[in-house]
Design a protein around this ligand. Structure first.
Ligand SMILES: NC(=O)C1=CN([C@@H]2O[C@H](COP(=O)(O)OP(=O)(O)OC[C@H]3O[C@@H](n4cnc5c(N)ncnc54)[C@H](O)[C@@H]3O)[C@@H](O)[C@H]2O)C=CC1
Ligand SMILES: O=C1O[C@H](COP(=O)(O)O)[C@@H](O)[C@H](O)[C@H]1O
Length: 257
């Protein structure tokens, strides 16, 4: 069944991948502090997520919130992640609970756990033969202040779920690129998320029933150090892409199965 979905950060890259795949699947209300540059499916609200009144208004009649808005830079300074990623996310969760929203899908990041990539594990852990796997049950180990802000967002989700019973899924997104995996970047290839798998994963987050979940958001790459088991079991995620089907440049070496 189509859901009424509020998509924050809709003007960004992840928003683009989601809307490219799912424009017709749900009723969209889009929110971003930057106005749209082209036609969009649904109403577009130009607002900052730290503006409590605007966020509360955008939340009316919404079933599911997909919360992407924030500073996505791994090198982002503390004042920006504190305002946009932590304060903004708290404003979104609080307004969602008050509006009776059923589910919040939170865009977390690989950088919430980036410091598991220790000197003695890398680069082997980026390669197919290595068996090291994170599964979402491990504690956060952020690689920067941006990662700290994503771990904080996951914890806000845990709190709002436990205290207010709202369903929350935190997607630790890997590396989203369009068309082909990152070039000449083993880490990025191991955590590649294709546009179509991204749309499918967020569709499952919108439709599935769950309590509180942390899942990894990557394609079914041969070389991976993030388990997809929880995303498959809890959400029904069934990815179709694999960075191993590319030659490390932008050429396909094996067709889609
Ligand atoms: N692109 C990727 O590979 C990954 C993205 N993520 C997360 O996914 C989310 C989306 O990332 P991208 O689309 O790549 O970034 P982006 O920079 O392309 O899009 C973010 C959007 O959020 C908006 N925004 C930022 N702060 C805002 C605020 N205070 N109020 C309203 N709008 C605001 C921006 O205007 C922008 O359109 C971010 O939370 C990011 O941390 C996590 C891991 C990987
Ligand atoms: O969280 C994010 O992660 C991706 C991948 O990180 P990188 O350090 O390997 O580039 C990044 O591209 C994206 O901007 C960021 O939001």
């Amino acid at each position: 069944m189509a859901q009424s979905v509020l998509l924050t950060g809709a003007a960004g890259r992840v928003g683009e991948a989601i809307l490219e795949g799912l424009a017709e699947e749900h009723e969209w209300r889009l929110l971003d502090r930057d106005p749209p540059t082209e036609d969009q499916p649904g109403e577009f609200v130009v607002a900052d997520i730290t503006d409590e009144d605007a966020v509360r208004e955008a939340m009316e009649e919404i079933d599911v919130v997909v919360h992407l808005a924030g500073d996505p830079r791994p090198e982002a300074p503390w004042d920006s992640v504190l305002t946009n990623n932590i304060d903004g996310t708290q404003t979104v969760f609080e307004a969602a609970v008050d509006a009776g929203v059923e589910k919040v899908v939170f865009a977390s990041s690989n950088h919430a756990v980036g410091n598991y990539e220790t000197d003695d594990r890398t680069p082997d852990m980026y390669r197919e033969h290595d068996e090291y796997l994170l599964d979402g049950t491990e504690l956060p180990r952020p690689s920067n202040l941006y990662g700290v802000s994503k771990a904080a967002g996951e914890t806000l989700g845990r709190y709002y779920h436990d205290e207010h019973d709202i369903s929350v899924v935190c997607v630790r997104i890997g590396n989203l690129t369009e068309g082909h995996p990152p070039i000449d970047y083993e880490r990025g290839q191991a955590m590649w998320l294709s546009y179509r798998d991204c749309a499918h994963l967020f569709d499952r987050c919108i439709r599935a029933d769950y309590d509180y979940e942390i899942v990894y958001g990557i394609s079914d790459n041969d070389r991976k150090y993030y388990s997809l088991e929880r995303a498959r079991d809890a959400l029904g995620y069934d990815p179709r892409d694999n960075s191993a089907y590319y030659d490390g440049e932008d050429r396909v070496v094996e067709p889609d199965p």
